[in-house]
Design a protein around this ligand. Structure first.
Ligand code: NAD
Ligand code: UD1
Length: 369
């Protein structure tokens, strides 16, 4: 493949041209992905491998399965390195990162993410999400590793006063211990960057990630009854749930149902690679940067339901019920900074999100039959 760019037999020109290429390759080689067998992590591993990176996944499998690695391998043809460790275990993490100190960056997904569970067991959330982050930052700092991408959330904005919401909007008091862990982690990153412990950190504030790889080989694995809209829709369509409850029909929105900015998980994965490359290539403006990762377009719950029905031909049994406590009415992203500064824009539509989520759900159901 490489030789095709050079005249046959021209060893000199091959060397001249290969040297920068190989330097580039070695500069851009290995990436550590914590939580890499999880929903967003696995799609990011696919994105990274497709772009030629060597990926090392660290995960304790507390909310994912080892079989995800098979899905990744089937999609990309490359098996990522996998180490089952708990990132809160500082000694184990040190041992692992010592082996991979040459990595060009770390993408940090490993955390608990269920809002309701965080209300019931807040200390588990602070221990894992904040404790895990402290452990990771300390080990990275001791080993002189930089270039960190963090998974944050639009939850930090609460119900914004101005929509679409920009990264400069005020951070609202967290609605849940989970949301609070995201705010605390962002503050820790900011403080660590200000102290000069890290020079290149990006926090990506995701809006509502949905969908799956178009192959249907990897996707979201909700445990028990899903709390989030898209997995509830696909499980209802598959007959695993009797009825989809639409929480609230009296919001001040187009059709009375709440508005969110749904983002395809593969677009989100691409944002991680692009953000990492910004850091590797030292194109960052400040040591700690934040970017909204959404489509910039809000959709109501009913719009999502109708997009799903239209795309799949499956009609959903749904009913409008009372609002869900703690839900905000509407939020969608101002993505100007991500588009213009990061150079990333969402590519996929709500229909793509529905179709891929449905393909993944059907495969899961069929594999259990
Ligand atoms: P996920 O649960 O599917 O993936 C997280 C992975 O981290 C899992 O594989 C889990 O086993 C692993 N993990 C958890 N604690 C660990 C630990 N201590 N050590 C090692 N591995 C550990 O979740 P996801 O949806 O892929 O979310 C990834 C990240 O993005 C999380 O930080 C989450 O808070 C954040 N986020 C998710 C959403 C969303 O809607 N999915 C939205 C905003 C932010
Ligand atoms: C979720 C997370 C939040 C995170 C955000 C972005 C929860 C409770 N909150 O928020 O922390 O920052 O994603 O990733 O998990 N809905 C129904 N019926 C259902 C499920 C949901 O009508 O069965 C509605 C909700 O009321 C909401 C919309 O669908 O209006 C989206 O809900 P969900 O997928 O749970 O995400 P968020 O609540 O936006």
């Amino acid at each position: 493949m490489l030789n095709a760019h050079f005249p046959a037999g021209s060893i000199f020109s091959v060397h001249i041209f290969l040297i920068p290429y190989l330097c580039h390759m070695s500069e851009m080689r290995k990436v550590i992905v914590t939580g890499g067998t999880g929903y967003i992590g696995s799609h990011t591993v696919v994105e990274l491998q497709r772009a030629g990176y060597e990926v090392v996944v660290l995960d304790n499998l507390s909310n994912s399965e080892r079989s995800v690695l098979e899905g990744i391998t089937a999609i990309t043809g490359v098996q990522p390195a996998f180490l089952q460790i708990d990132i809160c275990d500082r000694q184990a993490l040190t041992d692992v990162l010592l082996m991979h100190q040459d990595a060009v960056g770390v993408i940090h997904f490993a955390a608990f993410k269920a809002v309701g569970e965080s209300v019931e067991d807040p200390l588990a959330y602070y221990a894992n999400n904040v404790g895990g982050m402290i452990s990771l930052l300390q080990v990275m700092s001791v080993l002189n590793m930089d270039n960190l991408i963090f998974s944050s959330s639009c939850t930090v904005y609460g119900q914004p006063e101005v929509l679409p919401v920009t990264e400069d909007a005020p951070i609202q008091p967290a609605q849940s211990p989970y949301g609070n862990t995201k705010q605390i982690c962002e503050e820790m990153l900011q403080d660590a960057a200000a102290a000069g412990l890290f020079h290149r950190v990006i926090s990506l504030r995701y809006f509502n990630p949905v969908g799956a790889d178009p192959s249907g080989l990897i996707g979201e694995l909700p445990i028990g009854i899903p709390a989030n809209l898209m997995p509830y829709i696909t499980q209802t369509a598959a007959g695993l749930r009797d009825e989809l409850k639409v929480f609230g029909g009296d919001y001040a929105t187009l059709d009375g149902t709440a508005v969110r900015d749904y983002i395809h998980v593969s677009d989100l994965a691409a944002a991680h690679r692009i953000a990492l490359e910004r850091l590797i290539e030292k194109r960052h403006a400040t040591a700690f940067e934040t970017f909204n990762i959404g489509t910039g377009k809000g959709s109501t719950v009913l719009e999502v339901i109708h997009a799903f029905e239209q795309m799949t031909g499956v009609s959903l049994n749904y009913r409008i019920v009372d609002r869900r406590p703690g839900d905000v009415e509407q939020v969608w992203a101002d993505t100007s900074r991500a588009n213009q500064v990061l150079g990333w824009t969402a590519q996929r539509t709500l229909e793509d999100m529905a179709a891929s989520a449905w393909k993944w759900e059907k495969r899961r159901v069929e594999s259990k039959e």
